[in-house]
Write a protein that binds this ligand. Structure first.
Ligand SMILES: Cc1cc2nc3c(=O)[nH]c(=O)nc-3n(C[C@H](O)[C@H](O)[C@H](O)COP(=O)(O)OP(=O)(O)OC[C@H]3O[C@@H](n4cnc5c(N)ncnc54)[C@H](O)[C@@H]3O)c2cc1C
Length: 330
């Protein structure tokens, strides 16, 4: 994405492909510069903003002025909520909160749709679900991979590395590199990518990081007007459902959005690491808040111990009559 005077930008600032009518790209590839940390939350933000652009509306008004009015209390952090995800509890939530994946897949498709969304990954699930909020609009969501029941393999956060090479992973390898990957077979590196409803969001590490505000301000300085931190923050807030009690009143967090955010279950080392950071002169901080430098328990996209992917939260909670979802295309 880039301004009109940037000849290297494939997309304009509304994510439209230059020179092709009625085609937009909405995913992690649109960033003009890669942000400084994990990019799932920024990808959801992009998708939320894109859905508003396509619908021609502004759905984030209520969030717009919040961040500038409240002073954040970042000094107290406890990890009590993180222990909520006991196994039986997760089992209960998985089966009573979300629909079975089979029940949201369509058997038939119509002749025409208002919108076709290709790829039901992190971004595609958000875009399709938000467009479907307009009851008079019809949407077809196409996903190359199948659906898979995330609870079987991914509900337990620390098990995510075991997910690679399954059928829901594209299983990419890099080309052989002369000077790197010297310890790897064929000098090729394995690059997992999700191939399922929810895309890479169903096999990622679930870390919830929005990155530095300066990443977005740099986008704007380089010509991406409307993508500065103040402009994108409401879209982070729109999708968030914070479950960390000491952050409920923070203007950098929000309750009631689709994606649940809570602390990862702490290990025995967690308090020691936080204490060590404190002794070195760092605060225990909210790294998605006002002051990002410091130590913290990891914030994760988990709801009651279940992975809070965009597939789960945006499309698997209800079957919408105006949204047809077709999976397992190849
Ligand atoms: C191993 C790993 C761990 C990660 N951990 C974290 C983390 O802890 N925190 C974080 O913030 N980020 C993490 N990320 C990054 C984050 O998950 C991704 O950046 C994000 O999910 C990308 O979203 P996306 O919508 O761009 O693509 P994806 O979520 O990959 O979605 C693309 C979708 O399109 C489908 N598709 C592709 N081609 C076609 C086609 N021709 N027709 C139909 N469908 C198609 C794919 O099957 C897929 O479902 C991790 C990434 C990886 C690989």
């Amino acid at each position: 994405m880039g301004p009109d005077n940037d000849n290297s930008a494939v997309l304009d600032l509304n994510l439209r492909v230059r020179g092709i009518a009625n085609l937009r790209v909405v995913d992690a590839s649109v960033f003009p510069n890669i942000t400084s940390g994990n990019i799932n939350a920024p990808t959801v933000m992009v998708a939320e903003k894109a859905a508003d652009m396509i619908r021609g509306i502004d759905t984030v008004g209520e969030f717009k002025n919040r961040v500038w009015s409240v002073i954040l209390n970042i000094t107290k952090c406890n990890v009590s909520e993180a222990t909520a995800g006991r196994y039986s509890y997760r089992f209960f939530w998985r089966y009573f909160y979300y629909l079975e994946p089979e029940s949201i897949i369509s058997d038939t498709v119509k002749e025409e749709y208002d919108y076709v969304v290709v790829g039901a990954g992190t971004a595609g699930s958000v875009v399709a679900a938000r467009l479907a909020e307009d009851a008079g609009t019809s949407i077809l969501l196409l996903e190359a991979g199948g659906h898979f029941d995330e609870s079987k393999l991914t509900s337990w956060g620390s098990g995510w590395i075991a997910l690679y090479t399954y059928s829901f992973d594209w299983g990419y390898y890099t080309e052989s590199e002369k000077d790197v990957f010297k310890g790897l077979a064929g000098k090729r590196s394995y690059w997992p990518r999700g191939k399922a409803l929810g895309g890479t969001g169903v096999l990622n590490g679930m870390q919830y990081t929005r990155e530095s505000r300066f990443d977005y301000d740099r986008w704007a300085v380089n010509g991406c007007v409307g993508w500065d931190y103040k402009s994108v923050l409401p879209y982070f807030l729109k999708s968030e459902d914070i479950h960390i009690s000491e952050l409920y009143s923070s203007s950098y967090h929000s309750r009631g959005g689709p994606i649940a955010v809570t602390y990862s279950p702490p290990s025995g080392l967690t308090p020691l690491v936080l204490k060590a950071g404190f002794e070195l002169g760092y605060n225990v901080t909210d790294y998605n808040g006002e002051l990002q430098e410091g130590f913290s328990v990891v914030q994760s996209t988990l709801r009651n111990g279940i992975r809070s992917s965009t597939a789960h939260e945006f499309i698997a909670k209800e079957k919408r009559q105006n949204l047809d979802i077709v999976t397992a295309l190849w």
